[in-house]
Design a protein around this ligand. Structure first.
Ligand code: 5GP
Ligand code: MN
Length: 342
C-alpha cells in the first residue's frame, strides 16, 4: 500500500468498479518471464474478479512459459492480428506491463499510437515515456510481477488470487531476480513471495520450468559460447559473447534458449560488465548486464538504441555482426574509469 499514493489507488479502484468492463493487458515485445508472469497473473485475478480480460503479447515467447497460460491465453499479436485489433478497439481499459516506451511494443506500436483508450501503466523501468491515465511505476522493485501484487492489494482485489495467478506472479518475480539472486534484497519481495506461496504458488514447479527445462542442444550451445565465443577484457573488467544466425541454426535455436547466457561472464572474478550479441531478423540484438554502479542502460541507450535497468539492459543495432563487435570493443576504453569504479 505504501508504494502508491492513496489517492490514485482510490481513483483506480473507483474506476475499475464503475466504468470498466473490457480489459486488455499488453506486455513488451520478446516477452520474458516477468512480462508473461505479470500479465497472466493480473489477467487471472481480473477474470476471477468478474472482469472481461485478455492478454495480448506482441510476438512469440519461450515455450517453457506456456504452462502459465492456457488455450488462447495469451493471444499473440503477430499470429492473430485481426482478433487482437478488435479486442483493443473494444477495450475500455488497457494495462501496459513491464515497459516504459511504446517503442517496446513491436508491431502493436503502430496500432496503438492513435488509440485513446485509458491506460494503466505498471512498470519498473526508469523514465516512463508513456502517457497513462494511471501510472504505477517504481524502479525500486524486483519485478513488474511484484508491483502487480502491490497494485492488486492496493485496489482491494487480493481475494481473487488463485493458484494460476499466484504461480504466474511468483514466476515473474523468480524470473526477473534469477531465483532471488539479483535485485532481491528487499523485505517486500520475500513477503509477497510468501503470500503467493500461501495462495498456491508452486515454487519447485516454477524453478524446474524456468531453469531445469532445456534441450540438450541448448546446453551444448552454452558450452560452445563459454569455451569458444567468450572474450574477456580484464583491463576493462568486461566480457563479450556473440552468436551468428548460422551458429544459432547449428544448435537448433529456439526463443528463450539464450536466456541467462549473458549472466555467466559476471561469475568470473573481476568481471563487472557482460555483453551478449546475437543476430536476429537482420539486426544485432544486444543484452548487457553489470554488477555494481556501472549503468548498462546508459551504455545501451547511448550506443545501441536501447535501455532498461542499470544492471540489466538491452538494445539493437543495424550493423553486420563484425562491426557491432568492433564498435563494442572500441567503446570500452571510454568507459574504463566507470568500469574500474563499479
Ligand atoms: P534482455 O537482455 O533480457 O533482453 O533485457 C534486459 C532488460 O533490458 C529488460 O529489462 C528489457 O526491458 C530491456 N531491454 C531489452 N531490449 C531492449 C531494447 O531493445 N530497448 C530497450 N529500451 N530496452 C530493452
Ligand atoms: Mn521486468
Amino acid at each position: 500500500m505504501e508504494r502508491f499514493d492513496v489517492n490514485s489507488c482510490n481513483r483506480v479502484s473507483d474506476w475499475l468498479r464503475s466504468s470498466v468492463k473490457k480489459i486488455v493487458i499488453i506486455p513488451h515485445v520478446n516477452p520474458d518471464g516477468d512480462a508473461i508472469g505479470s500479465s497472466l497473473g493480473l489477467n487471472d485475478i481480473l477474470l476471477n474478479a468478474g472482469f472481461e480480460s485478455h492478454v495480448i503479447v506482441p510476438n512469440d515467447f519461450p515455450t517453457y512459459l506456456n504452462w502459465l497460460g492456457s488455450d488462447g491465453i495469451p493471444l499473440i499479436y503477430e499470429h492473430d492480428t485481426a482478433k487482437c485489433n478488435l479486442l483493443i478497439d473494444q477495450a475500455d481499459t488497457l494495462f501496459f506491463l513491464d515497459f516504459n516506451d511504446l517503442k517496446r511494443l513491436g508491431k502493436i506500436e503502430a496500432y496503438l499510437r492513435a488509440n485513446q483508450t485509458p491506460v494503466i501503466l505498471i512498470d519498473h523501468h526508469p523514465d516512463p515515456q508513456i502517457k497513462a491515465e494511471y501510472q504505477f511505476s517504481d524502479t525500486d522493485v524486483s519485478s513488474t510481477a511484484e508491483l502487480v501484487y502491490d497494485f492488486i492489494e492496493a485496489v482491494g482485489l487480493l481475494k481473487h488470487i488463485g493458484t494460476i495467478g499466484a504461480n504466474a506472479l511468483l514466476a515473474g518475480i523468480i524470473a526477473d531476480t534469477g531465483s532471488f539472486s539479483h535485485n532481491a534484497f528487499r523485505h517486500s519481495t520475500y513477503r509477497i513471495a510468501g503470500e503467493l506461496i500461501n495462495r498456491g504458488a508452486e515454487k519447485e514447479r516454477i524453478n524446474e520450468s524456468l531453469f531445469n527445462n532445456f534441450s540438450e542442444k541448448r546446453m551444448r550451445l552454452l558450452g560452445y559460447c563459454l569455451s569458444e565465443k567468450m572474450e574477456v577484457f580484464p583491463q576493462y573488467r568486461s566480457a563479450l559473447i556473440w552468436l551468428t544466425t548460422k551458429e544459432l541454426k547449428q544448435y537448433d535455436f529456439h526463443p528463450g534458449d539464450i536466456e541467462g547466457f549473458v549472466n555467466y561472464p559476471l561469475s568470473i572474478n573481476g568481471v563487472v560488465f557482460s555483453a551478449f550479441f546475437m543476430e536476429k531478423n537482420g539486426v544485432v540484438k544486444v543484452s548487457f548486464r553489470s554488477k555494481g554502479s556501472f549503468s548498462t542502460n546508459e551504455f545501451s541507450g547511448a550506443h545501441f538504441n536501447g535501455g532498461g535497468h542499470r544492471n540489466a539492459s538491452g538494445g539493437e543495432i543495424k550493423l553486420p555482426m563484425a562491426e557491432a563487435v568492433a564498435l563494442f570493443k572500441s567503446l570500452l576504453p571510454d568507459y574504463a574509469f566507470k568500469l574500474a569504479q563499479s
